[in-house]
Every structure is written in C-alpha cells, then in structure tokens.
Ligand binder design. Structure first.
Ligand SMILES: [Fe+2]
Length: 197
C-alpha cells in the first residue's frame, strides 16, 4: 500500500499517517529539484530588461560567489527572484518563504526586504522615495541587504558578464535546502502513545 484509503481524516489510522509521513519526507528531500525547475520558468521573456530573470539570478549568484559571500548567501542570491512569475506584485515574499526554514533569519529578512532596498536604484523614476530603506538603518540586516542589492542584485543585468551556469550552484542549493527545517518535522508516534479522545 503506498496510498491511504480514508475518505476524511476521521477515518485515518496511525498507519495512514506513518505512510503519508514517509512519502512526505521523500517529497521534502526532492524539494531542491522542484525549486530549481521553477527557477527555469524565469528564462525567456526579459520583460524589457537587458537579460531575463533566469540570467539575472545566475549573475547575481555569480557576483556574490566571486565577492567571497558564504554558501548560504550565494543560494539566497540565486533564488531571491524566484517568485517573480507567480507573484510579480510581491515576489520577495515567495523566495523568503521558500528559504526561511533553512537559513539565518537575518538572510530571510534580507530577501523579504530586498525589493524596497533595491528601490534605491529606481524608485525616484516612479515618484517614490528612493531612500525608503533608511527607515531600517538600525536593523541588524540593513548592511547586508544594502550590500546584496548594491553590489550584486542591481548590478546583475549585464548581458556580457561571465555568468556561471546553474550546474555550478546545484550542490550549494541541495546543501542549503536539505538542511533540517527550523523546528524539525514531527514524527508519527507509536500506536500505543497516540491519544484518542
Ligand atoms: Fe533581483
């Protein structure tokens, strides 16, 4: 049996949850492959930019790597815009949510706020305050977020840059996304320990 047969949770037994839990763990382990498959969705249409979002992500990660950023930061650079096609109005939230269980909370904050910080380079063209990021000047992730945007993100639209291919980053993505998620995953109890009402 590789599939539970209950019709609603009230019919489910401990063995059903053990089966689902085992399948879920396999699914979790496969998450890096699915995330990278989604990254490929950013290839193609440039939406008017000099490079498409896929090349932009690779270039951002390449620049971070060459500047000596640690592995987690390089993975953040690679995936920071992965939400662009699903959530163009708040894409930073998607990448932050994907990475949050596996990375330093300050890096999650950095990704979640990178759009506002990146705005220093373009918000004034839209009548917005380019200095809006200064409201976070005292935040512990301020400096890294400024560096992320100024040195790597906003700089990575160069079609002639010597960008590394995705294959170069695959082991890094697997190592970060295969970390135990913060708080761990609950395991099913032995039947005799399950408390039924
Ligand atoms: Fe970006």
């Amino acid at each position: 049996m590789n599939q539970a047969r209950f019709r609603h949770f009230g019919e489910a037994q401990r063995d059903d949850w053990a089966l689902i839990d085992a399948r879920f763990r396999d699914y979790v382990e496969d998450a890096p492959r699915r995330v990278l498959a989604h990254l490929h969705n950013l290839a193609g249409d440039t939406h008017g930019y000099p490079v498409d979002r896929y090349q932009h992500c690779l270039q951002t990660a390449t620049r971070a790597l060459r500047d000596g950023a640690d592995e987690e930061m390089v993975v953040c650079a690679l995936l920071h815009d992965i939400g662009d096609d699903l959530a163009p109005a708040n894409h930073a939230e998607v990448a932050a949510a994907i990475l949050e269980p596996f990375i330093d909370p300050l890096n999650t904050w950095m990704i979640r706020h990178h759009e506002l910080f990146q705005g220093y380079h373009y918000r004034h063209y839209f009548g917005q305050d380019r200095h809006a990021r200064e409201q976070y000047r005292d935040h512990p992730a301020y400096v890294r977020t400024v560096r992320f945007c100024d040195d790597w993100d906003q700089a990575s639209f160069d079609p002639d840059y010597d960008t590394l291919p995705l294959e170069h980053f695959l082991p890094m993505v697997e190592r970060v996304l295969c970390r135990t998620p913060r708080g761990g995953l609950p395991e099913p109890l032995p039947e005799h320990q399950v408390e039924h009402d």
